[in-house]
Design a protein. Sequence first.
Length: 236
Amino acid sequence: MTESPAIDWKLRGPPRPPGAPLARPRSAATLIVLRDDAAKPRVLMGKRHAGHKFMPNLWVFPGGRVDRADYHAPFATDLQPAAASVFAAHIPPGRGRALALAAVRETFEEAGLLLARPAEPRPLAGPWRDFAAQGAAADLAALEIVGRAITPPFIARRFDTWFLMTSAERLVSLERQADCGELDEIAWVDLDEALALPLSGVTRKMLAEAVARLDDPERPRLFMRDLHGGPRPTVL
């Protein structure tokens, strides 16, 4: 791994009380959807509610924690070998696919958009019920890995989040379903305008990395975590 200068993460989460044990980071995934059918590229973003304990009022990509159901959800296409190999090098078997499925599911739940291929409707329980009812199965081959970030230890609620990206062309439709879940506002935002929104430092950095990967697909994937008392980006 190589290191670059420390940056300010600007995470807005509840601080860990003095003397409290370190919170174990929960596995999570988020999806950066880029759209290039206008004069300037746009990215799908949503604003978190003021009542959220983690990153309230900030604009984010759709995403969330891995659910146990994500380990068993059906999919139409599997991960590309490049993405699968990165997951395999850093996390236990099976978790990489579950992370990818979580990102697809959360994008449907929070933004009403399906990254999927047509499939026979099938009765599924739990968080995949509504997704499967659309006659769709997740299109994991459409995903690339941008990076990974682990919430630092001074935050009470911690996440080990993988940032994935895809093109809006791979969505079933640009027309959103009615229920948008946890996000207050959802919009396709010009990249320059997106960087001017209230973002966490991690979100801002990962957006820049996703855009850079459009020109350089072989670019090293970013890994952000707290090292020796300060946040530093390294590479996977």
